[in-house]
Write a protein that binds this ligand. Structure first.
Ligand code: GAL
Length: 864
């Protein structure tokens, strides 16, 4: 049976089965989309209502060789479903020319998810948003006569339908829908249109209806969702996106309460601080959602990955799309985020049968204190107790027992009696992830020793100077200033605007004899001005306002002068009503200003060049083919704008993920063996203020609540996928736009540093001992667990072990007066030389160093 949703109580037999993460057989060859007419609680798979935990992994943001491990780690983290958008502009960069290869191999990705025994939520869109270039739309779409995006417009609708159908047909052909026995249990049409619908008026409403009918007509046999679309027409399920969705209710009681984007952090912008979201708050939000009747929840992102090439939208979205997700950009589990959520997922799964069977009954336990009980029979009772206050912990009475509820936390009681999990009490270990820097690339091969220790054999740098102004044969002239995206069709970030001015010496706009002021206004995103071949001034916008206005005193010479303006984009707009028409580039005015006179050049004849000479020569794609261009004989030019650099390198040894540290460079794009690792911009520094040393998880989160890295480059490390390089003889090419020193570039590898855990006597026992509880007869206690993340490593040192009231955080734990002297020996004995260890946190184990006080065990260890 395919997936559907229903509240039909007769079909509930056999609920509460093992989570689908462990089940390999998927529904086979039967179709069913009959849930539309009945009340609903949950998605129904194989005839069973399901509680489903989902996580977003966008296939082009990692490489195919990373997919199996990312998906396995997702499964190990307790996910049932992997969610991805479909990125139209990656698949059809040129109209009717498709690309489903490599990172674009959607079918392979879906099958890899299926191979792991997980389900797929396919968000076809085809509008994606997703901080993706142009929201996922291919640029050619913009040039179709009469087209208007995302509204009741025939040219748009026919293209949207064609592409949506193409993807659906492709999935059907491979039998990937659950109705065909495949993993896809859910599909999405459009994306958050409700957020921007109002300005589209009546045509917007018609478009929503059309989208719904079009999607339904494709007959996938699985339900469709529209997120953030209160008026989603039946049978489309409207779903919620946000940091919290417990207050959401779908627009019909026939539809289940679903949360398609729970933001696990936030995206990084060039020029911004690095956002992070504490796991206690994420767990709180998730538990609240299930507490209040939700049955499907998706983490956006579970693994964010990397915006390779020119795929970022924005503008000004950084190349890293790490997102502070449970699996980091490089594929490491981020702890304790991943582990705490894993414990949460197990706890929620213990409640599945009750959650899908009935609606909860709400009781107030006091101000800010809420109990929700799912009671299906005398044996099946599940309770969620919440303290939604932000200030004080509370002790509540419930069913005759008392419970400690920290502020902003939820306790889960799968039997209405014992707490299996509290969102604010972390049992999971933490890991410190580090970038370990390797030697800078030496300018010359001076020392054999450097080469041996680093194994990154360098040849010298060579370079090609990118000409200022017009140098390509495709240049053309036009009167007036042209909007950039309409002119370049985004084939390049760059557009040159060039004008010649003849000066006789008596022009009224000349200040003080020869000096004048150049005034240029641009929609963004970056502007460089050159006068007679020399850089006169630069400016750039930011993620809040991409516009640039430059006003620079310049020196003009008698007779001919050339003013060359280079405008560059940093990812096209991806969000907002009519975002496709917002534009970029120098739309003016562009003026020469004197004391009492202004010469407006805006409507003069300008010469235009789309892209760079080096792009035309293929310097990045085919560095050896273009070898005659590269110079290496004279002194390496440094801190020079508009220059291409090239070098060779050997891969850092081992298998750790690799990054390039671009400290020392300005702004540009980098290619490894012809593959773009993205735009780099280490000189864009985040503001000095706005960061917090300690992020208080209590209270509503917002994207700017918790930032780190203030006053530092927003991004200096750039991921180089291992699969893109060979052990030796790799080529690195850079296009540097504003000037830098390539000899300062270095490699780094991603490593796990210390492991830490800090577990209190007041924490619940591990969730996976829950089932043992009735058998053992004795009260189970909390346990501190450590596990080396890499399979070949064992615990090789215990840096700290304290039982009592140890203080501090991972990396700087300290002892207090209340401290058991036995702790280091016990922990050493239990853990040294092992891949993992578990220690009961109790006074029976460690003795009681201070009675009447709640004690905890803190351990820091390392693995080798
Ligand atoms: C949502 C959108 C996603 C992504 C997210 C922010 O509104 O649906 O695609 O852009 O915001 O990361």
């Amino acid at each position: 049976m395919g997936t559907s949703y229903t509240k039909d109580k007769d079909r509930q037999s056999g609920l509460g089965m093992a989570c689908p993460a462990t089940r390999l057989s998927l529904p086979r060859k039967t179709r069913n989309q009959n849930g539309n007419s009945v009340n609903s609680k949950a998605l129904v798979i194989d005839g069973k209502r399901r509680v489903l935990i989902s996580g977003s992994i966008h296939y082009p943001r990692s490489t195919p060789d990373m997919w199996p491990e990312l998906i396995q780690k997702s499964k190990d983290g307790g996910l049932d479903v992997i969610e991805t958008y479909v990125f139209w502009n990656m698949h059809e960069p040129i109209q009717n020319q498709y690309n489903f290869k490599g990172r674009n191999d959607l079918v392979k990705f879906v099958k890899t998810v299926a191979d792991a025994g997980l389900f797929v939520h396919l968000r076809i869109g085809p509008y994606a948003c997703a901080e993706w270039n142009y929201g996922g739309f291919p640029l050619w779409l913009h040039f179709i006569p009469g087209i208007k995006f995302r509204t009741d417009n025939e040219p748009f609708k026919s293209q949207m339908q064609r592409f949506t159908k193409k993807i659906v047909d492709m999935m059907k052909q491979e039998e990937l829908f659950a109705s065909q026995g495949g993993p896809i249990i859910l599909a999405q049409i459009e994306n958050e249109y409700g957020n921007v619908e109002a300005p589209y008026g009546q045509a917007g409403k018609s478009y929503v209806n059309w989208s719904a009918a079009m999607a339904t007509s494709l007959d996938t046999g699985v339900p469709w969702v529209m997120c953030q679309q209160m008026e989603a027409p039946d049978p489309i399920i409207n779903t919620c996106n946000g940091f919290y969705c417990d207050q959401f209710t779908p627009n019909s009681d026939k539809k289940p309460k679903m949360w398609t984007e729970n933001w696990t952090g936030w995206f990084l912008s060039f020029g911004g601080g690095i956002p992070y979201r504490p796991v206690e708050d994420i767990a709180f939000a998730v538990a609240r959602f299930f507490q209040r009747g939700g049955t499907f929840q998706n983490y956006y992102m579970y693994h964010g990955g990397t915006n390779f090439g020119r795929s970022t939208g924005g503008p000004f979205i950084a190349t890293s799309y790490d997102y502070d997700a449970p699996i980091d950009e490089y594929g490491f589990v981020r702890q304790p985020k991943w582990g705490h959520l894993k414990d949460l997922h197990k706890s929620i799964k213990l409640c599945e049968e009750a959650l899908v069977a009935t609606d909860p009954t709400y009781t107030s336990l006091g101000p800010n204190l809420e109990a929700h009980v799912y009671n299906t029979s005398s044996e099946n009772c599940v309770a969620f107790l919440a303290n939604v206050g932000t200030q004080s912990d509370a002790t509540v009475s419930f069913n005759g027992n008392t419970y400690h509820l920290p502020a902003w936390s939820v306790s889960i009681l799968p039997d209405c009696k014992n707490v299996v999990f509290n969102t604010a009490k972390i049992n999971s270990q933490a890991t410190r992830l580090e970038m370990r820097s390797l030697n800078p690339i030496p300018e010359h091969q001076t020392s054999k020793q450097i080469i041996d220790s680093f194994k990154t054999l360098q040849s010298d740098w060579s370079w090609v100077i990118e000409p200022v102004g017009i140098s390509k044969s495709n240049a053309f002239t036009k009167f007036g200033l042209l909007e950039q995206i309409n002119t370049t069709a985004d084939v390049s970030d760059y557009l040159w605007y060039s004008i010649r001015i003849e000066i006789h010496g008596n022009e009224p706009f000349l200040l003080n004899g020869t000096q004048t002021v150049l005034h240029v206004e641009s929609l963004g995103h970056v502007l460089h001005t050159f006068v007679n071949g020399k850089l006169a001034g630069s400016g750039f916008g930011n993620s809040g306002n991409s516009k640039v206005t430059l006003e620079k005193p310049i020196m003009l010479v008698l007779s001919n002068n050339t003013i060359d303006l280079l405008s560059s984009t940093v990812g096209l707009q991806n969000y907002g009503a009519f975002f496709d028409t917002w534009g970029a580039g120098i739309t003016g005015p562009a003026k020469l200003k004197g004391k009492n006179f202004t010469l407006d050049l805006s409507s003069y004849q300008w010469t235009y060049q789309v892209g760079l000479k080096g792009e035309e020569l293929g310097l990045s794609r085919d560095p050896s083919g273009s070898s005659s261009q590269w110079v290496s004989l004279s002194t390496l030019p440094k801190n020079q704008a508009l220059i291409w650099y090239k070098t060779n390198f050997d891969a850092p040894g081992g298998t750790d993920p690799i990054a390039i540290d671009f400290t020392g460079m300005g702004k540009g794009e980098a290619w490894v063996n012809g593959q773009s690792i993205g735009r780099y911009w280490p000189t864009y520094i985040s503001p000095q203020n706005g960061c917090v040393n300690f992020c208080n998880y209590r209270g509503a989160y917002s994207s700017s609540k918790c930032l780190k890295g203030c006053g530092e480059p927003s991004q200096k490390m750039y991921h180089v996928p291992r699969s893109w390089i060979q052990p030796s003889g790799n080529t690195l090419v850079l296009f540097e736009e504003i000037g830098g020193d390539p000899t300062q570039i270095s490699f780094a590898t991603r490593k796990t540093g210390s492991l830490c855990a800090h577990v209190s006597e007041s924490h619940p026992p591990p969730v996976d001992t829950w089932e043992l509880q009735p058998q053992t007869g004795k009260k189970l206690r909390p346990v501190l667990r450590l596990e080396c993340p890499s399979p070949n490593e064992v615990i090789s040192s215990i840096k700290f072990a304290g039982f009592g009231t140890p203080h501090g955080t991972c990396g700087n734990y300290g002892y207090s007066q209340c401290n058991s002297a036995r702790a280091p020996a016990i922990v050493n004995q239990a853990c040294m030389g092992l891949k993992s260890c578990a220690i009961e946190v109790s006074i029976e184990m460690f003795g009681d160093p201070c009675s009447g006080v709640t004690k905890s065990l803190a351990v820091e260890a390392s693995c080798t």
